[in-house]
Design a protein around this ligand. Sequence first.
Ligand SMILES: C[S@@+](CC[C@H](N)C(=O)[O-])C[C@H]1O[C@@H](n2cnc3c(N)ncnc32)[C@H](O)[C@@H]1O
Length: 199
Amino acid sequence: MEQPYRKDLSHISLDEVFARQVRRAGLIEAWLDALQLQPRARVLDIGAGPGYVSLVLAERVGPDGLVYAVDRSADALAYLERLQRERGVPQIERVVADAKTLESGALRPDAALVTMVLHHTDDPLGILSSVARLLPAGALAVVAEFHPEGPCEVGPPREERLLPDQVRAWSEDAGFEVLTYRRQTPEHYMWVVQRRGAE
Ligand SMILES: C[S@@+](CC[C@H](N)C(=O)[O-])C[C@H]1O[C@@H](n2cnc3c(N)ncnc32)[C@H](O)[C@@H]1O
């Protein structure tokens, strides 16, 4: 029987979280294209979970690039560590941390993904502000979420979903200029944002 939804995902296994990431794999190419990622880039993956998106990112940035997979769940990142070993993907650095506490200095990303994570947290603005602190001026980030007017056949229930305008406002308050909006599917949308301070 399906368990009731819990914001911290404790109602489902990591295998199931990973399977859900795989089912929405069709969204990822647009995220990576929007970041204009080149081989050797260093990318932050906020709320990486068991790591499907981090693995796709690692392929895009190549063996000389770096993916920082950040998650507050040590179990989720241990799941990713096992996959990295099995698949021979060393260029992912796993960081067990609450994303809103990340300090600049230790991580040096050129770009960031904040996808399907803000609705799991109590402080979306704190997370976006932390990401903004880590990125250099002009750096690109993608912030993607489930649309509250979607059919809700996948993902969180409607009452847990975040309005695009709210995500936009948090992004601006955090220090980003908002560049573009796209409704990727009836369920999903993405914002492309840029760290303010660019030339
Ligand atoms: C749905 S999962 C994976 C989402 C993934 N970014 C994607 O696009 O498929 C969301 C993850 O965000 C993590 N998470 C939620 N709040 C967090 C926070 N404040 N700091 C770090 N990780 C967080 C959860 O532990 C969970 O593994």
